[in-house]
Design a protein around this ligand. Structure first.
Ligand code: SAH
Length: 457
């Protein structure tokens, strides 16, 4: 059966997030799953006499087996892979980070060893703590039964907690994609998406699409996140937390991370870099498996270049010239295309890492043949003519933009290919097509991105 389930803790006003694109680069490599979903969603909608996108969340039915099976084809114990609603509630009650002064999440093994020593323990206790936090996903210090009670108490008395956030809400789709809303310590909600990708047996991928901010100040015209306003940047542990939550939910390690959720990572670069270090060194996710996506923020690309990361830098271009780009992306007025491309060129020369370019295709706006030709010329001019990621627009409520027809998308890709620019088209996964980002986000963002305080359900 096709569909979704939406588990919600409490019924109140709530709030949240977007991640309209949620699947990102993983999409292009999972056409079969995506097609399966689209077909089945459409079929069930047709049976009810409506379009697939009109299926409401309440009507959607969970297919937990599918989510688990994508990554754990043999074991797939669905009840363990996805958190049932009562567990979501328990998590909330168990969280104690709000009253803590210091957080363990985000600390390196060395720092934890030093911390153990400072509490009169042998250093190996710090190594154990590291394992318990990042591998075993311990949520509370008292859960770490392997550690002496004296050490646990001593940490808590000094004001330490692990710092994991409770899950507020989970939506899953029958293609295995899952969206998690985490409730932060100040009751803001942040969204993260897990995208399982079927590969050869034993080599499955799990991509985490993470948020870097609560909301986004840049307000790209077609993007749902910007419509909901901007609240604050995330701290490093709040980014790492998203990956841990996905690993836990899927019972599988995250293999790829893309900063393509809510927010503009380059406006929170210090914390994004700190999170990237933890993800790389403490969760052992290869730098090359991580992508930072930016619409462009003056002076930040050169700053990122100095870090000589192996990660991919993806530029959200969306238009081949300044005039059109500044209409689609308001922040481009202060950071002209010429300056952005110059910074990209400098980045490539400094790091030796090729950039990729994202282009959200909007019907009648930037999807014409002459746009593709101009785009190819632009990339060749700057000697950056490498790879373009085409993202067919995912409709968002209260937006006048439309997704181009399949044929128009194909023609755009062919025009680029004829000019020696390779392009891949991001496939739509379940959460995009439905409650994912359009409906789910809109439901929540009718009220501010904030959970009302008070007793939890
Ligand atoms: N601020 C970063 C991360 C944004 S999300 C950036 O702009 O790159 C990643 C990509 O998804 C961006 O290219 C963004 O423009 C695109 N996107 C946002 N909303 C979309 C929608 N409704 N349909 C298609 N792509 C969208």
């Amino acid at each position: 059966m096709a569909g979704f389930v939406v588990w919600r803790r409490g019924g109140g006003g709530a709030a949240a997030a977007s991640c309209v694109r949620s699947g990102v680069s993983a999409y292009s490599q999972v056409p079969s799953v995506a097609r399966h979903l689209h077909v089945t969603m459409a079929a069930s909608a047709a049976a009810a006499g409506r379009s697939a996108s009109s299926i409401s969340q309440q009507e959607m039915v969970i297919d937990r087996q599918k989510t688990a099976a994508v990554l754990n084809p043999k074991e797939a114990p669905p009840e363990k892979v996805l958190l049932p609603p009562d567990k979501i509630g328990n998590q909330k009650k168990r969280s104690s980070s709000s009253s803590s002064k210091f957080l363990l999440l985000g600390k390196s093994e060395e720092e934890l060893q030093d911390l153990a020593a400072a509490h009169g323990e042998r250093k190996y206790r710090g190594r154990q703590l590291h394992q318990l936090i990042y591998k075993n996903k311990a949520k509370e210090i008292q859960d770490c039964a392997q550690l002496p009670k004296l050490f646990r108490d001593s940490l808590e008395t000094a004001g330490w907690s692990i710092g994991r956030a409770p899950i507020h809400h989970v939506a899953t789709s029958s293609d295995g994609t899952a969206k998690i809303l985490l409730q932060l310590v100040d009751d803001r909600l942040v969204e993260t998406v897990g995208i399982p990708v079927e590969e050869t047996p034993g080599a499955n991928r799990l991509t985490a699409c993470v948020s870097s901010q609560v909301g986004c100040p840049l307000k790209c015209t077609f993007c749902a996140t910007g419509k909901g306003g901007f609240f604050r940047s995330l701290k490093p542990h709040e980014i790492v937390e998203q990956v841990l939550a996905i690993e836990e939910m899927f019972n599988h390690r995250v293999t790829n991370v893309v900063f393509m959720g809510m927010g503009e990572p380059m406006l929170n670069l210090t914390n994004v870099l700190a999170a990237l270090r933890v993800l790389n060194q403490d969760l052992h996710i290869g730098q090359r498996m991580m992508t930072i996506s930016t619409v462009g923020v003056p002076n930040t690309i050169a700053r990122l270049a100095t870090h000589k990361l192996q990660s991919t830098l993806a530029i959200s271009l969306h238009a081949p010239n300044q005039l059109l780009r500044s209409q689609i992306v308001p922040s481009a007025k202060a950071y002209p295309l010429e300056a952005l491309m110059e910074d990209c060129s400098h980045y490539f020369k400094t790091t030796g890492r090729r950039l990729s370019f994202e282009y959200t295709l909007l019907e009648g706006i930037n999807d014409q043949k002459h746009h593709a030709e101009e785009l190819a010329n632009l990339l060749h001019h700057w000697e950056l003519g490498h790879h373009v990621n085409i993202i067919p627009y995912n409709p968002v409520a209260d937006s006048e933009f439309r997704r181009p027809r399949k044929q128009a998308i194909l023609e755009f890709v062919e025009t680029l290919a004829a000019r020696r620019v390779t392009a891949s088209v991001r496939q739509t996964r379940g959460l995009d097509a439905n409650a994912a980002c359009g409906q789910l986000r809109n439901e929540f963002q009718k009220v501010p991105i904030r959970v009302p305080s008070g007793p939890s359900a």
